[in-house]
Design a protein around this ligand. Sequence first.
Ligand code: DGL
Length: 251
Amino acid sequence: MSRAIGMFDSGVGGISVLRDAVRMLPHERFIFYGDNQNAPYGVKTQCEILNCTQRAIQTLLERNVKALVLACNTATAAAAKELRAKLDIPVIGMEPALKPAHFLRHGGQILVLATPATLHMEKFRHLMEQYGEGAVPVEGYGLVECIESGHVAPDDPQLLSVLHKLLDPHLDVKTDAVVLGCTHYVFAREALRRIVPGAALVDGNEGTVRQLTRRLGENGALEAEGEGGYELHPSGGESVYLPLMEKLMSL
Ligand code: DGL
């Protein structure tokens, strides 16, 4: 049987990437692992995130995956470099999609909503140096917990309250775009649209799948036929997280 692609996130956020990946690469098999037991990663130190990520991806490596997608901006910033140096398979990472958002700017601001850890790491500093004109980082405290507990409906009062608390202080300035710099936040897209109606909402999901496709193509490892599919594995709390993951896959 052909080798599967491993995909990892701290929790259910990476399901937003898996959804796109399954649609764009219908002949591939994906094994998704969410470390829900240890989420959120975004309030941990870089060292803690690196350790959690290394532990969590073992399950995927044991399944002999042909590529590893870090469907998590936070884990990428903390661990991608170490993993690439150690592993002999392609490691595809993510970063807040500030670059595409930068080109959507028409004199207003770009809000970059991401986890506190992502925004404080070296990788994001470099991104800001290149594309940070008019960009305002916003630490998404409370948002991952909200999504992990299934509050994803656009009119969910808890989700809207967290978003208002985070964004209202910034909305007295014209906002051209909001970067969804954490894969969990993609599930808050419709709620966000209500709060920042005129702004483009930019995520890096499709770009990540395109990068995965390119790397597999270079290695002659792309599946051009046959049935694809996916498996979902939470790191604990299966009775809660499996149904939530399935629900998010279907949104
Ligand atoms: N989904 C992750 C990301 O893309 C982070 C979530 C967390 O804080 O655990 O950054």
